[in-house]
Design a protein around this ligand. Sequence first.
Ligand SMILES: [Zn+2]
Ligand SMILES: [Zn+2]
Length: 764
Amino acid sequence: MFSRKRVIIFSGLILLTFLTLLFPPQTQGEDSRILFDSKGELLRVWLNKNEQYKFPKSEKISEKYKAAVLYFEDKRFYGHFGIDPIAVIRAIKQNVQAGRIESGASTITMQVARLKNPGKRTFFAKLREAHAALRMELWKSKDEIFAEYSSIVPMGGNIVGIETACWRFFGHGSEEITWAQAALLALLPNRPSALNLEKERELLLERRNNLLKSLAKAGYIGTEILNSALEEPLPKMNTNWRFKTPHYAESVSSLFQDQTILHGTIDGKVQERLERIAKNYGQKIREHSDVNISVLITETQTGKIRGYLGSLEYYDSLSKGMIDGVRAHRSTGSILKPFLYALAIERGPYTPESLIEDVPIWFRGFSPQNADKSHSGILPLKEALTRSLNIPAVKILSDYGVEDFHFWLKNAGLNGLFRTPEEYGLSLILGGGEASLQELVPLYSMLMNNGKRTELRWIEDSVSQKNEQLLQEVTAYHIREILTSVKRPDFEQYHLQFNNQIPVAWKTGTSYGSRDAWAIGVNEQWTIGVWVGNFKGGSVANLSGSSAAAPLLFSLFNNLSDNKKELWKKPLYSNYESIEICRLSGYKATNICPRKRNVALPINRMQNQTCSCHKEIIISKIYGFEVCSLCWNAEDTLHIVEEHYSPAVRSVLRKTGREPKAETLHNPHCSAKKEDVQFSIVYPENGARLFLPGSDALSNMGFVAIAAHKQRDAELQWFLNGAFLGSTKDEHKMAVTVGSGEYRIGVQDSLGIYLEAKFRVRAK
Ligand SMILES: [Zn+2]
Ligand SMILES: [Zn+2]
């Protein structure tokens, strides 16, 4: 007999059970993070905490899928209240006949309840499911319950929900589903562990077709559609779900950790072409060397990433394909030069036309060399940039200041510059610092965006970022024009490939020891950065920016630029100062400069040097000498304008057969110039004997010769046995390499005064 106490407890429990129906059920289940491209194509799904792929619940459910599922699982779904009495009675009958549980009589609602609270299929569990189903029916609409079912139904393996299954099996979303696909997806959850697409394909096909025929019989599908649906093959299955743009997906994931659904900026078409072209190209160059390729393509004006290739093959562990070369910091080679030149023009005194010396030079223990070890003597700044000469770049950096340039680069987003300006020194402009494609590409976009740095945009709905004005409009214009110039030695080999003739401002770079080859280009539509190198950090024979990276850069521009010539709009720069410059020297013209022109320069330049190339002198008409007040005959004078070059420039030009007209010598009988010697050779002193261990007739050893000058900024030129060695400024130290023997070291100042010291070298 029930005691009174037991009755109270039992009634209480029933009451409590009913009370729980009054509270809405909790939604459970962790969604995967998902990344789409800009057109809604799936790029990547991440495993959720339960190691499953699961798209979030969507209210939009395919009608085909719904029809197939309800026909197969729960025909009276819209009529029952969570429990289907007709099905229950039939199930009990069947189970009693069979003597064991064979049919569950589960409604969709009860299945949702079970999926959310999985456990053993006991009688008590059935009751609990029924209770949860009732509760759900009370609180949710039928469509909501079906949507929930669609999002949590297991589809085999770690695939959960219809949307996930559609992308996994068919490569598209559920809105594009066919009847055959809908029927297949309705069947899969039946026994997801056993009945899967990898095994039992024949059985699955048979059951799918039976369901399709039933659906046709029930009037859902017409005969024609049925016939084509029956012909549809089952989707092919490969074991791993391989996603597109793996490196890009990883970057986006780490940048936007709080977002579940990510709408990436990748353009599927651009990405497809990029991968095809880069992989073809990669195959060719990989025949010769073990290199990898990374490419970043952005829309110039918006900064949106449209193409992203971290490495040639993500899954190729042999070549370390997992490394993302777009984000890796690598030695910059010459790729930063355009920005130093821009700053030099902005601060002054340089203009794009300024003549700049390219002669052997010794900078406090550092002697830069051009890539081909040659010297040009003197040339316009713009040509020094297109030819990417090292000596002028180092000289400009020395004038501009390493610290200021370093500061500007850091501010422009180069986060790979970990060391101090002092540690980099002047080599900062020759690749001493490191940067990544993702940092460099926005810098180059800036040249096309009137000096505004364009932040990279990774996802479509990101708030537009701050685009800082880092260069004046007119400066960006000049650099862009220089980098667009077709008169450049490395262009010849590409202009044939580059048949669209769309102007592109571009620059290449090669790091020390041929480890990294860069090519970055920008036009109105695209900014493209290419890196070629070796992820293992080794050097690659014959690797250079122009031979390895530029061809790929131009193939990509060729292939991606649709609108041809209209793309290159003439720039509009509003703020500038028109300055009259000397056509020869490129500096501010004086009244003696014979030919002048106006050039638009940045405003507020700190330095505006005037032309020092043209000098006015007084000569004797009769003798042709230069004369001065100490030696002239007032009747016999003539004012002329002459071109003046430094001794070092003359020396280089002389060697290359391009020496300008000689400067007029001063009257040899004039007494004024005689005592003008303002410098001396400090080391080696005249008659010195040097002991250089290791030096003999065959092997040369080095030492540093030293001179001193009274004037701080004086320049001296050095000669060994009459051959030009180089020039020094400020600190007069010159590296000399000699074997054993007798030598003369000579030093000449800018007035042409020459001093010499004889010395002897012995090995011991
Ligand atoms: Zn001039
Ligand atoms: Zn004189």
